[in-house]
Design a protein. Structure first.
Length: 470
C-alpha cells in the first residue's frame, strides 16, 4: 500500500516465502510550470454527474489531431490552473469574463478529507488533505501540501451535508467540493485534458523496479499482553467531559497518558509516529493546536512486541488574540431559540464555568474544527459577542427621535425601561434570552430633551442617556 508519507509498505501473505517485485515511477514534485504540449477543452454538458463526466472525457476528441486520449483535467500548478481555466472562459452580458463551472478529476470519495487525482497520469496522487502537518484552515484557506497544488475557495472543501466528494472548478477560478448529482444550476460541463498518458511524455522521469526477498516466517510469540491507554487531565476543570479534547487557554494544559504496567514489559510511546518517551506513562503538554495521535508498544524478552490502538487528542487554541486571558465559547440557547442559532462569545476565563454548565455550550468558536487557532478576523466575526462588560449603545445619539439601541448579551431575560428626567415611564420592553440584541425606537412625537434608558438582567444594570433634538 502507498502511505501518506510517500513510502510503500508490503505485508507478505501468511506462510509466504520467496521474492516479490514492484515497479515504481518517479515524477516531478512541486512544479510551477504548466506541462508542455498539453491541451484543455471545455465540453458543454449542463448538469452532468462527475462519474459520467469521467467516462465521457475518455471519448473526447484531441484538438491537436495527435489522437491522444483525454481525461478529466488534473491541475498541478498555478500556471496550469490559469491555462486550464482559460478554456472554460466566456463573456457575460455585462462584458466581464467568467468561466463555465466544470468538473475536474479530483475526489476524496475513497477517504474523506484526503483529495487525490483519480484520472490521467496523476491518478492516485494526493494533492490536498488535512494530514497531521496541515490540520486546519489558515485565514479561511486550506494550506498547500509539500508536494501538491490546489486552489480551494474560502473555507472549502467543507463536505456540506456529508456528500461533497468531487472536484468542481467554479466560474471565479476557484475550486469547490460538490456532490455527484445532476444540477444544471452549478455544473455547465467538464474540462478535458490531453497529454501525459503517452510513453514519450516528458512529465515522466524515471522508472525502476525493487525486489524483496521474504524468508520463512518466525513463529509468533504467544500470550502477549496488548496495552490499553487511559488519559487523565492534570486538573478537574470541566471542559465538556471529554479527555481526548484539550483547549489552549482554558482547563487542564497537561494530560497524562498511562497504561497498566505488567512485570517484564518495557513501553515505548510514539506521538504522530515519532518516539517521544518510554515507561508506563507519558505527559503531554501541547503548545500549539493540532490533532495528535499516540500509540504505545509493549515489548518483552520472550519476543512479544504489541502496539496499542491509536489514541487521539484534539487540541484547539481558543485564546482571544490581543486580550489578557479571554477565550471563546460557542453558545446555543436551549430556550427562546426557534431557529437553533449559535453565538460565538468571548469572555474572561472566570465567566466560562457559568456557560459550561448550560446545555448547548462548548469551548471555542462555533466554526472551530480540531486543530484550529482562534482568529479575530474571520468571516463570522460579526456574530462574535463580548461577554463580561454589561454595556449598551444608542445610535444615532443625539437623534430626531428615531434611533436604535444595542443591548448587552445575557443568558437571562433583559428588561429595558425608558424614562424622562422626571422619572416618568415612557416605554418598557422585555427581551428574552436568545432574541435580538437590537431595539429600534421611533419617538419623533416626544418633546426634545434628555431621556434615560435603564437596562437590567436582574443581576447587572446599565443606564444610557439619549438626546432628542427638534
Amino acid at each position: 500500500m502507498k502511505n501518506a508519507n510517500n513510502t510503500f509498505s508490503y505485508t507478505a501473505p501468511a506462510g509466504f516465502s520467496g521474492t516479490v517485485s514492484f515497479t515504481y515511477t518517479i515524477r516531478a514534485c512541486g512544479t510551477t510550470t504548466a506541462p508542455a504540449g498539453h491541451s484543455y477543452v471545455f465540453v458543454s454538458a449542463p448538469g452532468i454527474k462527475w462519474t459520467d463526466a469521467v467516462v465521457a472525457a475518455e471519448s473526447a476528441v484531441d484538438p491537436s489531431g495527435l489522437g491522444r486520449k483525454g481525461y478529466l483535467a488534473t491541475i498541478t500548478s498555478e500556471a496550469e490552473n490559469v491555462l486550464a481555466y482559460s478554456a472554460t472562459q466566456f463573456t457575460l452580458p455585462n462584458g466581464q469574463p467568467y468561466g463555465h463551472p466544470s468538473w475536474l478529476g479530483g475526489s476524496d470519495a475513497s477517504e474523506e478529507g484526503v483529495w487525490r487525482w483519480m484520472t490521467g497520469p496523476e491518478a492516485g496522487m494526493q494533492f490536498s488533505g488535512q494530514d497531521l502537518t496541515f490540520a486546519s484552515y489558515i485565514d479561511g484557506f486550506l494550506p498547500q501540501l509539500p508536494c501538491g497544488y490546489h486552489k480551494w475557495a474560502n473555507h472549502e472543501p467543507n463536505n456540506s451535508n456529508g456528500v461533497e466528494n468531487y472536484l468542481h472548478l467554479q466560474g471565479q477560478n476557484q475550486w469547490n467540493d460538490y456532490p455527484n448529482q445532476v444540477n444544471t444550476a452549478d455544473i455547465d460541463g467538464y474540462l478535458v485534458e490531453f497529454g501525459g498518458l503517452e510513453d514519450n511524455d516528458p512529465d515522466f522521469f524515471s522508472t525502476a523496479t525493487v525486489t524483496i526477498t521474504v524468508g520463512s516466517p518466525t513463529p509468533p510469540a504467544t500470550n502477549c499482553i496488548t496495552p490499553t491507554v487511559s488519559i487523565t487531565p492534570a486538573n478537574c476543570t470541566y471542559t465538556g467531559g471529554d479527555a481526548t479534547k484539550m483547549y489552549l487557554g482554558y482547563g487542564s494544559q497537561k494530560s497524562t497518558l498511562k497504561v497498566t504496567a505488567v512485570n517484564g514489559y518495557t513501553y515505548t510511546w510514539k506521538r504522530n509516529g515519532t518516539v517521544v518517551g518510554t515507561g508506563s506513562s507519558y505527559s503531554f503538554t501541547p503548545t500549539t493546536a493540532g490533532n495528535y495521535t499516540f500509540t504505545v508498544t509493549a515489548s518483552n524478552t520472550s519476543g512479544c512486541s504489541v502496539t496499542s490502538n491509536m489514541t487521539s487528542i484534539c487540541v484547539k487554541d481558543i485564546r482571544v488574540p490581543n486580550t489578557c486571558g479571554w477565550v471563546y465559547v460557542c453558545y446555543t440557547p436551549s430556550f427562546c431559540n426557534p431557529n437553533n442559532n449559535s453565538y460565538t462569545l468571548y469572555m474572561p476565563t472566570c465567566l466560562v464555568p457559568l456557560y459550561m454548565c448550560l446545555p448547548g455550550s462548548k469551548l471555542g468558536t462555533c466554526s472551530m474544527i480540531c486543530g484550529s487557532n482562534a482568529r479575530m478576523m474571520q468571516d463570522d466575526e460579526s456574530t462574535y459577542i463580548k461577554v463580561g462588560e454589561f454595556e449598551a449603545k444608542a445610535y444615532p445619539n443625539p437623534s430626531n427621535g428615531k434611533f436604535s439601541l444595542e443591548i448587552p448579551f445575557s443568558i437571562d431575560n433583559i428588561t429595558v425601561r425608558m424614562v424622562d428626567i422626571s422619572g416618568r415611564m415612557i416605554d418598557a420592553k422585555e427581551i428574552k434570552s436568545g432574541e435580538t440584541r437590537k431595539v429600534d425606537y421611533n419617538l419623533q412625537n416626544m418633546q426634545p430633551g434628555m431621556y434615560l434608558i435603564q437596562i437590567t438582567d436582574g443581576i447587572q444594570s446599565v443606564t444610557e442617556k439619549v438626546f432628542i433634538q427638534p
